[in-house]
Structures are given as structure tokens and as C-alpha cells.
Design a protein around this ligand. Structure first.
Ligand SMILES: [Cu+2]
Length: 138
């Protein structure tokens, strides 16, 4: 065999792996007839570091929180996101969190580390009933 014949084989192998790498689609047809085969050993391509951390989202409309009542577990990170056209803000009644005016698309994150009831308002629209409460349980 000539020397570059081997090189060609290596090149083909590299090319094949390069082509194969990005298109790692999860096996769609899960073999239901082979229970012993662990399909889940496929390499995890998407790295979601906080996949196990609980989170919740509260939308801030004009002029309301959705949901206005939310119960989460200790350690949950709650994201408030403005979805309305008006600007809004946040203030916990006990002062545990406060955030100045936010406009459409902006977010505020807070992680609840203690159980309790956390009432909060949008200071601009409290009079319009823009109030909410997060209940944190162990
Ligand atoms: Cu508001």
C-alpha cells in the first residue's frame, strides 16, 4: 500500500466525524422492544447548568401580575418580566427585594431562600391593583 493511501483513510474518517458531530439528533425511534438498552447514554450536547434549580416566571402586564398569587419552594428563582407596554417596577412589602422602573422585555430575578409570604406591588400601579404575592414553602 502506498503511504498516502492510509492518509486518505484517515481523512475520510475525520471528515465523517466532522459531518456527524453537529447533527447529533437524539434517537427518535426509541426501541421499545429492547428494555435493557439504555438509550439515555447519548452525549448531552446541550449544557443546561441550572436545569435542576427551580424557577418560575411572573409576567408584568398593564397593570397586573400574572400570576398574582404564586407558591414556590425555597430556593426557587422567580423572574418578573414586563410584557405590558407601560413601565413597571417592583417592591416587596417587607423590603426583601425592590427594583426600579422596567420597560417591555426587561426582567428582574430574585431567589427566595426563606419560607414565608412575600407580598409585593408595582409602586406605580399599586392603586390600580397591581399587587401580588409569592408564598414560599419548605
Ligand atoms: Cu406597574
Amino acid at each position: 500500500m502506498r503511504p498516502y493511501g492510509m492518509l486518505c483513510v484517515v481523512f475520510v474518517a475525520l471528515a465523517a466525524s466532522c459531518v456527524a458531530a453537529p447533527s447529533q439528533t437524539a434517537p427518535t425511534a426509541v426501541a421499545t422492544t429492547a428494555p435493557a438498552v439504555t438509550v439515555a447514554t447519548a452525549p448531552t450536547v446541550t449544557a443546561i447548568p441550572t436545569a435542576t434549580a427551580p424557577f418560575a416566571v411572573i409576567e408584568m402586564g398593564d397593570n397586573f401580575f400574572d400570576p398574582s398569587q404564586l407558591t414556590v419552594k425555597v430556593g426557587t428563582t422567580v423572574t418578573w418580566k414586563v410584557v405590558g407596554q407601560s413601565t413597571h417596577d417592583l417592591a416587596a412589602r417587607d423590603g426583601s427585594f425592590v427594583n426600579r422602573t422596567m420597560s417591555f422585555g426587561q426582567t428582574f430575578l430574585f431567589t427566595f431562600t426563606k419560607a414565608g409570604h412575600y407580598g409585593y406591588v408595582c409602586m406605580q400601579h399599586e392603586g390600580d391593583g397591581m399587587i401580588g404575592e409569592v408564598t414560599v414553602i419548605d
